[in-house]
Design a protein around this ligand. Structure first.
Ligand code: SAM
Ligand code: SF4
Length: 466
């Protein structure tokens, strides 16, 4: 029996105590907060609460502008691309918003075997991907947890010419410390887990059956992951289940807890909004649906609150919403995604077996073209985790702004690799133009690092990084 720790670092009373008195923030106070935020020192829970209630259009515009400035300052034009790889849609839980839930009979169930996982991986490699997020429902096949470990190994060892997946992040059920150790040994990048909602009564109402009913086991999962040596963890809330302001406050409490206990906060924050899912009434009509305007404001506020934490946007959102969020602080996006196991190989098939409805159906190359047009630099970099720059080390590097001497050259080198090996002629020429602009905009130190790397890639070397 697993010893159960209560996640009392999520404190609803404290949240209500902070939110309630800040419902009508004075303009002067908002200006003061934004001035502080622009110094990139982050925001307190009280300050996040205050900004979350700002409604006047000109003040909201200022919040968005401040987030844009911070994004440009810390992340420059870089945008990391990845793809989810769904290995199984079988599940024993009963999450009322998810098509994979146990009682949903309208879905073709499928657990990929290792050869099928290798096949999916080959398709992703041929599209140019270097980083995948392995995702699974919560019903393991006969081999038990070994299936998960084998699947990670399969993805890493699958090659297509010079192409390979260099970082496997995972989105899986919460594990015991021992299993987290095994995941660490399997060399996962980030362990990602969404809390769905931090509000206990709502959590109980939407999780009807199975181990996922245990709020505390889920909320304390990152403690066990970090104890097992996994220091890159990714948090998230499924927006639409409960009041988004409450969820932002709770995320801040979770971040504070990890920082106090382990000296480092989450590596990434994801912002999934509920999408329609097969057989789910709740997913079609989320009880606390977040409007596009609030969604953008929320992302901007989190950019100000935790300037150095990566922020992820998936293909749940439409291309237009995704474009708008890039400016505001999103640093990673998925591209060309399928959420049905086997969906990449069988790209023409319908998405029966998918987890939810996708908002963005474009291919990787279409997304690359679009972000290049918007002036962003697509990055396929996976260097940090492979050079040990995770957890504290990553934050030490990120905070003084030094990251631009690592991430930016790495982004350029991996984008060049993509252009050489996978891009069509139009994308290649637009991409080369962008690289020239990027080189022109670099300071001397950056150019001295980036140019030799670029020449190595152009000369045929692969996996060049610093
Ligand atoms: N089974 C594991 C779990 O629940 O944590 C991991 C995989 S689950 C497929 C990944 C995430 O998908 C969930 O954490 C949830 O936030 C998200 N999800 C489920 N249903 C969704 C929906 N209708 N719209 C958007 N995201 C959804
Ligand atoms: Fe299963 Fe995860 Fe979907 Fe819940 S969200 S039904 S646990 S796959």
């Amino acid at each position: 029996m697993i010893t159960q720790e209560r996640a009392d670092f999520i404190n609803e009373q404290e949240i209500e105590g902070i939110l309630t008195p800040r419902r009508r923030p004075a303009s002067a106070m908002v200006h003061e907060l934004l001035a502080k935020a622009r110094e990139m020192r982050g925001l307190s829970m009280e300050e996040v609460a205050c900004l979350s209630y700002v409604e006047q259009p000109e003040l909201v515009a200022q919040i968005l502008a401040a987030a844009k400035k911070i994004k440009e300052e810390i992340y420059g034009t870089r945008l990391v691309l990845f793809a989810p790889l769904y290995i199984s849609n079988r599940c024993m839980n009963e999450c009322t918003y998810c098509a994979f839930r146990a009682t949903n009979t309208s879905l073709k169930r499928r657990t990929l075997d290792q050869e099928e996982i290798a096949e999916e991986t080959r398709t992703l490699i041929r599209q140019g991907h270097k980083r995948v997020l392995m995702v699974s429902g919560e019903a393991l096949p006969e081999e038990g947890f070994q299936y998960i470990l084998d699947s990670i190994a399969t993805i890493y060892k699958t090659k297509v010419g010079p192409g390979e997946i260099r970082r496997v992040n995972v989105n899986l059920a919460p594990q015991t410390t021992e299993r987290f150790r095994q995941l660490k040994q399997a060399e996962i990048g980030t362990f990602q887990l969404f809390q769905e909602t931090y509000h206990r009564p709502t959590y109980a109402a939407v999780h009807l059956k199975g181990s996922k009913r245990d709020y505390d086991w889920r909320t304390t999962a990152f403690d066990r992951a970090m104890e097992a040596g996994i220091d890159d963890v990714g948090i998230g809330v499924l927006f639409g289940l409960y009041d988004w302001r409450f969820e932002l406050m709770a995320m801040m409490q979770h971040i504070r807890h990890l920082e106090e206990k382990f000296g480092v906060g989450p590596h990434t924050i994801s912002f999934p909004r509920i999408e329609p899912a097969a057989g789910s009434d709740l997913a079609s009509r989320p009880p606390h649906a977040v409007s596009d305007a609030d969604f953008l404001k929320m992302i901007a506020i989190m950019r100000l609150a935790v300037p150095y934490t990566g922020m992820i946007m998936s293909t749940r959102e439409t291309a237009d919403v995704r474009r708008a969020t890039l400016e505001l602080g999103i640093s990673q996006i998925s591209a060309g995604s399928r959420t049905d196991p086997g969906g990449y190989k069988d790209a023409e098939a319908d998405e029966n077996g998918g987890q939810f409805q996708l908002g963005d159906h474009r291919t990787v190359e279409e997304v690359v073209n679009d972000v290049v047009k918007l002036g962003f630099l697509p990055s396929f970099c996976t260097a940090c985790y492979r050079t040990g720059r995770t957890g504290h080390d990553f934050m030490d590097l990120a905070k003084p702004g030094e990251i631009k001497y690592h991430c930016h050259p790495n982004a350029i080198a991996t984008f060049q690799e993509y252009l050489c090996d996978y891009a069509g002629p139009g994308t290649k020429s637009a991409g080369e133009d962008l690289i020239s602009i990027e080189l022109n905009n670099m300071d001397g130190k950056q150019t001295a690092i980036a140019l030799p790397m670029l020449n190595q890639v152009r000369g045929g070397e692969r996996d060049v990084f610093i």
